[in-house]
Design a protein around this ligand. Structure first.
Ligand SMILES: *[C@@H]1O[C@H](CO)[C@@H](O)[C@H](O)[C@H]1NC(C)=O
Ligand SMILES: *[C@@H]1O[C@H](CO)[C@@H](O)[C@H](O)[C@H]1NC(C)=O
Ligand SMILES: *[C@@H]1O[C@H](CO)[C@@H](O)[C@H](O)[C@H]1NC(C)=O
Ligand SMILES: *[C@@H]1O[C@H](CO)[C@@H](O)[C@H](O)[C@H]1NC(C)=O
Ligand SMILES: *[C@@H]1O[C@H](CO)[C@@H](O)[C@H](O)[C@H]1NC(C)=O
Ligand SMILES: *[C@@H]1O[C@H](CO)[C@@H](O)[C@H](O)[C@H]1NC(C)=O
Ligand SMILES: *[C@@H]1O[C@H](CO)[C@@H](O)[C@H](O)[C@H]1NC(C)=O
Ligand SMILES: *[C@@H]1O[C@H](CO)[C@@H](O)[C@H](O)[C@H]1NC(C)=O
Length: 635
């Protein structure tokens, strides 16, 4: 290969190696959690995504923004459906139910979240019904052509004047050929008193991660666990803020029995059930060993409305109540409520973020002048061990407060920001709470009016992200952690792309993106300390961070090559690491700069690991190709 370069004068500078010498000491201790995940109820990330519920619009929840409707439902057997607000509803949180009226076999069917995955496994379902009925119900999973995969007879316990829950299980004998299936619930209307029955909260779950009731979809949890995120930032995002002050995410309306959760108009164009609420987020953290980074509502809604200073106290108190709910002993008011809901043992919260992107929606002046300070003071006073984070870095941060920086941009601008943290002080650690290359290089920068962002992360963007992440790793004493955002996208209903993991109703189709592979490589090779390096070349096209993992005693070199005209030869030494030492070198590449991992498609990221040995003076010599991401770890 070298001979080839010599023929081309343009490429001559890489005929010889970039020399990098890593010192033995003088680095910084990594402060952070490093690579994590972020929850934002967008693209059916939770509902119709991670949250395993299969029935869409299960309790006909509505709001002034998205009135109750019969989306995803249709009548069976010539019956008619009508939404009712009965004087005696299932609960005040779930005021709307469906009345099914018919003759003979009558019922309702649901198409799920754009399909229902059917395979040989146990599905657990339930529904509430009101009305005198002497027959039995039939619950089934069916193909669109009517083929029945599983069916259960449920004897009626239904009575005239009360809501009675009925439970059932379904176990298909075979896997359906697609997820174009429906859930069907029928009864014999001739055995009712007036030809109709009222139904609500019709629910069906497949087996969930760790078999938790009301739990998470297994394939998506697996894709997350494989990545091994160290933290979870939740509950958003714009989702936390709400379109209006009243529409904010209210933690207290996402807890307790499902019949007590009214649901909410999300920021992202649909009503949600709040079935995936605060406790489910914490269980998600528990199940994947993630540190929770809890975001609390900070007095700014997306329409620009801000809570005036004189009225902010109630929201500050609400945040303290939420913290008491999560961390208080069972002797406290909210700690007792948590115990009542099945979690007597308090959780630990070490990070709280105040709001989301409060430098936007004309929020910065109030955030700087009183909003952040009010939350910061109250939280640090009661919980001195909590690291409070501002949702922006566009302000002078008080005390030990940290900040949050978000970056959505074209790939080239990730490269120019490689050094942005070099000049930051370590007094106020930064969370990189939302990071993604979203749009192809256009020579200018991101165009927010262009909604045609790339559908999936693509290789060039992922490499550019890697370069930026290396800039953060070099400053690991200042960076709390980094997460791609958003994390999950249901391809059948989304309004924001790209995301880390894409999916549809068929778990076999779930796609881990090219960026997932980059994060995975960097995350699995954790540096506990950075180590200073000197080089005889400037950064670009080769970018890198160097350090050590003090637990494994392994020296680590992480690198990315962007925009090179040729392979970059590297001569790497670590002070104190001698000739004959072996190392694993993993290099990620992809067939082209626009390669992407699509739902239902194959993984395009090529990963090659080779063992190399340090030569004379402990030099590791290797080549890194254009548009590659690499990690070398000494054995
Ligand atoms: C770095 O050092 C190597 C080995 O001496 C040399 O071949 C190469 O040209 C140097 N690179 C630069 C940019 O000076
Ligand atoms: C360690 O941190 C100091 C201060 O933040 C910085 O000047 C120095 O470059 C860092 N060292 C390394 C190896 O990153
Ligand atoms: C039921 O009440 C909700 C408000 O809680 C209202 O938005 C909806 O229109 C009512 N639906 C019917 C069918 O009356
Ligand atoms: C699912 O089946 C229905 C009924 O046969 C059909 O109209 C629809 O196009 C199918 N959808 C998909 C995604 O195949
Ligand atoms: C939840 O808390 C808010 C205050 O933030 C309050 O207005 C609301 O009534 C509470 N909801 C319930 C169901 O208690
Ligand atoms: C707000 O901060 C984000 C980064 O977190 C930045 O991209 C954006 O330009 C800032 N907006 C304003 C109006 O300062
Ligand atoms: C990458 O190369 C292209 C084409 O030469 C150039 O326009 C662009 O500025 C380069 N990007 C960076 C970050 O150097
Ligand atoms: C390196 O990658 C850049 C960005 O995709 C591309 O423009 C350039 O042609 C590549 N160079 C080589 C030698 O492949």
């Amino acid at each position: 290969m070298l001979a080839e370069y010599l023929l081309l004068p343009l490429l001559a500078s890489y005929a010889s190696a970039v020399q990098i010498s890593v010192a033995k000491s003088g680095g910084n201790v990594t402060t952070g959690l490093q690579y994590g995940a972020m929850e934002e109820e967008i693209n059916h990330c939770g509902e119709g995504g991670l949250y395993a519920e299969l029935i869409r619009n299960r309790a006909f929840q509505g709001s002034t923004t998205y009135p109750s409707n019969l989306d995803a439902w249709s009548a069976v057997g010539g019956s008619t459906l009508s939404l009712q607000n009965l004087t005696d509803p299932l609960s005040s949180a779930l005021p709307t139910s469906v009345r099914i009226t018919g003759k003979g076999t009558s019922g309702i069917s649901n198409t799920g979240f754009w399909g229902i995955d059917v395979r040989p496994q146990k599905y657990s379902g339930s529904f509430y019904v009101k009305g005198s009925y002497k027959g039995s119900f039939t619950a089934s999973l069916q193909a669109s052509n009517g083929e029945v995969f599983a069916s259960a007879q449920v004897s009626s316990k239904s009575v005239a004047n009360d809501w009675v829950q009925h439970e059932f299980t379904l176990t298909p004998k075979k896997k359906a050929s697609s997820s174009n299936n429906t859930f069907v619930l029928t009864f014999d209307a001739s055995k009712t008193s007036g030809g109709s029955l009222d139904f609500n909260l019709i629910s069906l779950f497949p087996p969930t991660w760790n078999n938790r009731p009301n739990g998470m979809r297994r394939d998506l949890m697996q894709a997350l666990q494989d990545l091994g995120p160290k933290f979870l930032r939740f509950p958003g995002g714009n989702n936390l803020e709400g379109q209006t002050i009243e529409g904010r995410w209210k933690w207290n309306e996402t807890i307790g029995p499902l019949t007590q959760r009214p649901g909410r108009a999300t920021t992202w164009g649909y009503e949600e059930t709040s079935g995936m609420g605060l406790v489910e987020y914490m269980e998600w953290c528990d199940d994947l060993g993630m540190e929770p980074i809890l975001a609390v509502w900070a007095g700014l809604a997306l329409n620009g409305n801000v809570v005036p200073e004189a009225e902010l106290d109630v929201y500050v108190q609400d945040a303290l109540d939420e913290l008491e709910f999560l961390t208080g002993s069972v002797d406290t008011k909210y700690g007792a409520l948590r115990a009542k809901y099945g979690h007597p043992k308090p959780w630990t919260i070490r990070y709280v973020e105040v709001g989301n992107e409060d430098n936007l929606s004309s929020g910065l002046s109030s955030y700087k002048s009183y909003r952040f300070q009010a939350f910061y003071d109250a939280i640090t006073k009661k919980y001195p061990n909590i690291q409070v984070l501002a949702s922006t870095i566009d302000m002078t941060l008080p005390g030990n407060a940290g900040g949050d920086y978000h970056l959505y941009d074209i790939p080239d601008n990730f490269i120019t920001k490689f050094g942005m943290f070099d000049s930051y002080s370590d007094a106020h650690p930064i969370l990189l709470g939302e990071i993604a290359a979203t749009e192809y290089n256009n020579g200018v920068g991101i165009d927010w009016s262009n909604t045609h962002f790339s559908l999936y992360p693509w290789w060039l963007g992922s490499v550019a992200e890697a370069v930026f992440l290396l800039g953060a790793e070099r400053n690991a004493d200042k960076i709390i952690g980094t997460t791609y955002a958003p994390f999950l996208m249901n391809l059948d209903s989304y309004e924001w792309s790209p995301t880390m993991i894409s999916f549809n109703s068929n778990p076999d189709d779930t796609a881990k993106s090219t960026s997932w592979h980059v994060y995975n490589l960097f995350n699995k090779n954790h540096m506990t300390n950075t180590l200073p390096a000197t080089s005889n070349d400037t950064f670009g096209p080769l970018y890198y961070a160097t350090g050590v993992n003090s637990k494994t005693n392994s020296h680590i070199f992480k690198a990315a090559v962007y925009n090179s005209t040729a392979d970059v030869p590297v001569s790497l030494t670590f002070e104190g690491v001698g000739r004959g030492t072996t190392a694993d070198l993993t290099i990620l590449t992809a067939p082209s700069d626009v390669s992407m991992n699509a739902v239902g498609g194959a993984n395009v990221v090529q990963s090659q690991t080779t063992k190399i040995k340090a030569g004379k003076q402990g030099v590791f010599s290797f080549n890194l190709p254009n548009l590659s991401v690499a990690v070398l770890t000494t054995n």
